[in-house]
Structure formats: C-alpha cells, structure tokens
Design a protein around this ligand. Structure first.
Ligand SMILES: C[S@@+](CC[C@H](N)C(=O)[O-])C[C@H]1O[C@@H](n2cnc3c(N)ncnc32)[C@H](O)[C@@H]1O
Length: 208
C-alpha cells in the first residue's frame, strides 16, 4: 500500500502534509485492531478507498483559512481527517454518535499533530453550532440527513460555492435525490481520479 496514489493527484503537498499522509496506515492498523472503524478488507486499500475518496471533496472545494467544517458521522475520521491534513488553516469538527469511534479520531488527530481538529461524541441533531460547510460519507439518505444540519450554516460565505453540504455518495442516486426534494449539484469523481473505484462516486453539493 503506497501513498503515491494520493501524491499523484495532490502533487503540491508540503513535507509536513506528506508525512502526515504517510503515517495513516500505521495509525489505522494500530487503532483498527482495537476498535473496528474500517472494514478489514478495506484497510489494505486505505489510500484509495478512504484517503483519496475523502479528498475527492477537495477537488470540488478548496476550504479557506478560517472557515469551519462539520463532518457528520465521521466514524474513524472520514472524510474529516484527510481534509484536515489538506487544509490545516480550516477548523474541522468531527462528530459521531458512537463514542469509541471518536476516541480513535482523537488519537489519530493527536498523533498527527492536527491542531485544527476537534472530535465530539454526539449526534449531529444535538449540535448547537454554525459552520461554513458540512461534509459527510456513508451516513444516511439525503432526505434524512438534510434536516439534521438545516439551520447550522453561517450566513456569510466567501468561497466558490455558497456555504452548504458536500456529501460523498456512490451508485445510482437519481431516486435518492428525487426523494430528498433538494436541489443538488453533482460532481463526478471519475472526472478527477482514474481508478475504477471512482467510476460511480460523486460529491453531492446542497446549498445550506
Ligand atoms: C457507515 S459509518 C461511516 C463512517 C465514515 N463517515 C466513513 O465514511 O468511513 C456511519 C457513521 O455515522 C454515524 N452516525 C449515524 N447517525 C449519526 C448522527 N445522527 N449523528 C452523528 N453520527 C451518526 C454512525 O455512528 C457511524 O459511525
């Protein structure tokens, strides 16, 4: 398993960022052996299926210094941890309803020296905070997800897209998008990454 797949698509990383990316397999192997946050079959594909997939959001949106991002249902820290490495001047709040997963996130963030990551054991619905963007992957359908984060967006936005949700999804999304009743923008990750895994993967943007 090599980090080259990440560096190929993100060639401008600093030495510190490259080193943080390179530390991920060891950290996740260690923590996954104690608390299962990544399926066993996926851990060998950590860079493609978790790190690069998470960074798909960065192909759509470059978070600005000082912006705040909420990762809902972060599990072991995806997409929040790879994004926090990529955008060290953006503040990331990673939340999950399962406490032991948050423990993994806190330990990984600490080991990497990520000072822009806060991780909390709570349900997204309980949060009383506002953010510029919300990111997520593999948590629930858009129609259920949107009400959890409605009203949690800062009004002022300075980025290329207005403040909103950037959700990593895969497969045929037509029905899910229709049922949500939301107006979405779809970004296909196969336009950025050539590996088969990304063939049907998308970033779904919804204005907050
Ligand atoms: C399938 S896992 C995905 C984890 C991670 N996002 C990833 O892609 O690897 C879904 C996670 O969402 C969390 N979750 C589900 N509903 C939630 C809620 N309302 N608020 C916070 N976390 C939630 C679960 O505890 C679980 O860890």
């Amino acid at each position: 398993m090599t980090s080259d797949i990440v560096f190929k698509y993100f060639p401008d990383l600093t030495a510190k960022q490259r080193s943080q990316i390179e530390q991920l397999p060891e950290l996740y192997n260690l923590w996954n052996s104690q608390i299962n946050v990544i399926s066993r079959k996926d851990i060998d594909l950590l860079y493609e299926r978790h790190v690069l997939h998470s960074l798909g959001i960065a192909k759509v949106m470059s978070f600005l210094p000082g912006e705040s991002v909420l990762d809902v249902g972060t599990g072991g820290g995806f997409p929040g941890i790879p994004l926090a490495i990529l955008f060290p001047e953006t503040q990331f709040h990673l939340v999950d309803s399962i406490g032991k997963k948050i423990k993994v996130v806190q330990e990984v963030a600490k080991a990497l020296g990520l000072t822009n990551v806060k991780a909390s054991h709570l349900r997204a619905e309980q949060l009383d905070e506002k953010f510029d963007f919300v990111v997520s992957r593999a948590v629930t359908q858009l129609k259920d997800f949107y009400p959890w984060v409605r009203g949690k967006f800062n009004k002022d936005s300075e980025n290329t897209l207005p403040n909103g949700i950037l959700y990593l999804k895969g497969g045929d999304l037509e029905q899910e998008i229709k049922e949500s009743g939301l107006k979405v923008q779809q970004y296909h990750l196969k336009d950025y990454f050539s590996e088969d895994f990304f063939e049907t993967k998308q970033v779904i943007y919804v204005k907050g």
